[in-house]
Each structure stands twice: as structure tokens, then as C-alpha cells.
Ligand binder design. Structure first.
Ligand code: URA
Length: 209
């Protein structure tokens, strides 16, 4: 599978362009994020394995395709990752959900774990890490390090916007983890924001600032 997939379905691109605009309301931003996350979830789960189950239709029996194996795990990187969860859970209501909290140490600038609660048996689940903005890649790399240490092997990273710097950092640290994004933007600015981007995703979805 390729390392970076840009999900450029016209509906995704159109909704993202609305979300980028600075005067979109918090409610509007959240609604669009939920809608886009449904469409992204469709792409990121394309490789889920199928088996067949014997079922009975009104006309006859058949071997019908059904998902195989353990329920997949969705891991939200707090806090902005939660904005992607709702839409994905609408499509995959049985998914198991975990949360990872990281803060940046002011001296070393390295991500430090402050919370981690993830589903069991990660080695047997497709594990999708969600965070809307892949900027420097530091927190994504750290979160995936934590998940691999807990057994996760079949990982995907799902975001809304990616910067080339973050994609490169992920490619170096975790070349085995495919990235799915709605767009690849130009660059990071001096404060680590994605340009042209959409600002602080957490502030925009939760109405903080
Ligand atoms: N996090 C955000 O919320 N926005 C950015 O542009 C970069 C990181």
C-alpha cells in the first residue's frame, strides 16, 4: 500500500474548502468535520479483511461477505482527534476506541505522555490513529511508538490536513504506517501551523481560543 493517500473525492475537497474559511461557525466546522470523517473512514478501511457467513435471504441461503477478525481500534490523539471520532463511529459503530494524550515538554520540546487508555489485543486489530492535523509529526510518531509498544502491528494514520514535514517525519519513523489525508498543504509556518491550513483545529471544533 502507498505511504500517503490523498482522499480527493470532490465532496471531501469541497467540504474541506468550506472548513478552511475563517468565518465558519464552530457548529458548522464540527458538522463538516463529522461529514468528512465519514468519507475518510470509507477509504481508510478499504483493506479490512472479509470472510463469508452463511445467511438466509427471503429466496435462498448464501455465503455472504462479512468482516473478519476482531473489531478495529480507533485511537484519538487528544484533544483534536475526538473531532474525527464521531463520524467514523457512525460508519463503524462496533469499533473499539482508545485515547492518547501528549503534551510538549517546554525544555526538550519532545512529546510527553500524560494519558493512554487503549483497547486490548491491539496485535489482532486494524488500528487507526486519528488526529486532524499532521503538522511536525512529533505527536503522531510518539503515539504510534506507544501503540507499537502495546502490540499494534496493522496501523493506519488518518488526518484531515498534512504538511510535507509531518509526512516525511512519519515516513522516516514509521514507513509501515500508511497515512490518509484529505489534503497535503504547502508547509509549516514558524509556529508549527500548517499553511494555508485552517488554523487550530481543536479551537475551531470546540470553540475555544
Ligand atoms: N495543529 C493545528 O491545530 N493546526 C495546525 O495548523 C497545526 C497543528
Amino acid at each position: 500500500m502507498q505511504h500517503l493517500t490523498i482522499v480527493d473525492h470532490p465532496l471531501v475537497s469541497h467540504k474541506l474548502s468550506i472548513m478552511r474559511q475563517k468565518d465558519v461557525s464552530t457548529a458548522g466546522f464540527r458538522r463538516l468535520l463529522r461529514e468528512i470523517s465519514l468519507l475518510l473512514a470509507y477509504e481508510v478501511t478499504r483493506e479490512l479483511e472479509l470472510t463469508t457467513t452463511r445467511i438466509v435471504t427471503p429466496l435462498q441461503e448464501m455465503d455472504a461477505p462479512t468482516l473478519e477478525g476482531k473489531k478495529l481500534a480507533l485511537i484519538s490523539i487528544l484533544r483534536a482527534g475526538n473531532g474525527l471520532l464521531d463520524g467514523i463511529l457512525e460508519l463503524i459503530p462496533g469499533a473499539r476506541v482508545g485515547f492518547i494524550g501528549l503534551y510538549r515538554d517546554p525544555e526538550t520540546l519532545k512529546p510527553v505522555e500524560y494519558y493512554c487508555k487503549v483497547p486490548s489485543a491491539l496485535d489482532a486489530r486494524m488500528t487507526i490513529v486519528v488526529d486532524p492535523m499532521l503538522a511536525t509529526g512529533n505527536s503522531s510518531v510518539a503515539a504510534i511508538d506507544m501503540l507499537k509498544a502495546r502490540g499494534a502491528r496493522n496501523l493506519r494514520f488518518l488526518c484531515l490536513l498534512a504538511a510535507p514535514e509531518g509526512v516525511e517525519r512519519m515516513r522516516e519513523a514509521h514507513p509501515d504506517v500508511p497515512i490518509f489525508t484529505a489534503a497535503l498543504d504547502e508547509r509549516l509556518d514558524d509556529h508549527g501551523y500548517i499553511v494555508p491550513g485552517l488554523g487550530d483545529a481543536g479551537d475551531r471544533m470546540f470553540g475555544t481560543k
